[in-house]
Design a protein around this ligand. Structure first.
Ligand SMILES: *[C@@H]1O[C@H](CO)[C@@H](O)[C@H](O)[C@H]1NC(C)=O
Ligand SMILES: *[C@@H]1O[C@H](CO)[C@@H](O)[C@H](O)[C@H]1NC(C)=O
Ligand SMILES: *[C@@H]1O[C@H](CO)[C@@H](O)[C@H](O)[C@H]1NC(C)=O
Length: 372
């Protein structure tokens, strides 16, 4: 049955008294080839709630939606409809004076990331001891040293660095109690590198299992990492043999290369802020705070909502690192260009800007606002 205003006014007392706006709330449709068919974000005025909204339009949008996600931090919701229900937007939702605007959602067209077809052979013991090993991490590759040393170092062309550099520093508790939300292609949480020190280092967000669908991807896409990028990034942050902050808690927020949309990344940020605030209000033992790591960048047109949500995350006390991008240009990608993020570029072993050199990547972006 198709809903009509007449039906609703007759059927619902609240609809009878609800105020209907004569001026329709704006409907924004980015000039993009990548629109999600019938995917929308509905944003409310600051004083309006989902309950007010449903009361105003006279029904619960969830009955018609194929996907429905609340975005409490953004005071918005995201939903998808079948095309024949499209009139709900224009005949009902836009008539609620509490609606600020409706945006058509847009697929992410994120930067190319590379899939290594074959996993390299597992390291031998001799190779392993040349890398980070156990909780004390006596040696390591130069790039790992750079992240953790806290000062510049002349590597003299040595790509593996010995224990003398680390003896002066204690990293034993680095990252303890910190949740790192990795926004990427997923994390292979079952990998042996993420099981150590009597704990599971990496888990999926929202208690999901590896074979569960990611809430932030297209339908049927699982939490598992089928590309390797997110697992790689997660391993640099923390793994059995060390990593940058070897006691951190890694949380897989799969958003990338999975048919996800900008609205769903914004929803993921909303959910992370909610989780962070829950942890903050009733801190689990030794909980210290949350970090979002986005080694990803997008070229999108309609980014205001994401920018606002990341601002809210930052105001809630979450530190956000975002990749400058690999186009070797004097600009930063989204979200690295937002003031709420630490924008991170890349250098070579001599601390000069990295200018590319493999897999067709052009090198690190740069800009006067680059933070790190
Ligand atoms: C809510 O805010 C809008 C815009 O600021 C205002 O026009 C409206 O009167 C407010 N409604 C209520 C119920 O406070
Ligand atoms: C904080 O909340 C998230 C989401 O519920 C959870 O995965 C994480 O384990 C919590 N942090 C700690 C330290 O318990
Ligand atoms: C995310 O964390 C990894 C590991 O520490 C790091 O290599 C990467 O640069 C981080 N991403 C950003 C954007 O800082």
């Amino acid at each position: 049955m198709k809903l009509t205003s007449t039906f609703l006014f007759a059927a619902s007392a609240s609809a009878l008294i609800a105020e209907r706006s004569h001026a329709l709330a704006p409907y924004l449709r980015p000039d993009s080839e990548h629109l999600v068919p019938e995917g929308y974000i509905v944003r409310f005025q600051p004083n309006h709630t989902l309950e007010d909204h449903f009361a105003n339009i006279g029904f619960d949008v969830r009955q018609f939606a194929s996907v429905f996600m609340e975005m409490p931090v953004s005071n918005a919701y995201l939903f998808e409809l079948t095309e024949s229900n499209n009139y709900i937007i224009h005949d009902f939702i836009r008539h609620d004076p509490g609606v600020l605007r409706i945006e058509h959602d847009e697929y992410l067209h994120d930067e190319q990331i590379f899939h290594r077809e074959a996993a390299p052979p597992p390291p031998t013991y001799a190779e392993k001891v040349k890398r980070w090993i156990n909780s004390l991490r006596s040696q390591g590759p130069w790039n790992q040293v750079m992240i953790t040393l806290g000062k510049t170092n002349d590597f003299g062309g040595e790509t593996n660095v010995g224990s003398s550099f680390f003896a002066q520093y204690s990293f034993v508790d680095s990252g303890a109690g910190v949740d790192v939300y990795v926004f990427d292609s997923g994390i292979k949480v079952e990998h042996e590198s993420f099981k150590a020190f009597g704990r599971q280092i990496a888990t999926h967000f929202k208690g999901k299992k590896t074979s569960d669908t990611s809430p932030y991807c297209g339908s049927g896409v699982v939490m598992d990492d089928l590309l390797g990028h997110g697992t790689h990034v997660a391993g640099i942050i923390c793994n059995r043999d060390g990593g940058a902050v070897h006691k951190a808690n890694l949380i897989n927020v799969k958003v990338q290369k999975c048919g996800g949309s900008i609205g769903k990344v914004e929803t993921a940020v909303n959910d992370v802020v909610t989780a962070h605030n829950n942890n903050k209000s009733k801190p689990p033992s030794e909980w210290k705070g949350s970090v979002i790591n986005m080694s990803i960048g997008f070229t999108i047109l309609n980014f205001q909502g994401l920018q606002d949500a990341l601002n809210a995350a930052n105001n809630a006390g979450i530190h956000i690192a975002a990749a400058a991008g690999n186009q070797r240009q004097d600009w930063l990608e989204i979200p690295a260009r937002f003031a709420s993020t630490f924008s991170v570029g890349a250098v070579d072993i001599d601390y000069n800007r990295w200018t590319g050199g493999y897999a067709g990547i052009r090198g690190s972006n740069y800009h006067k606002k680059l933070n790190i």
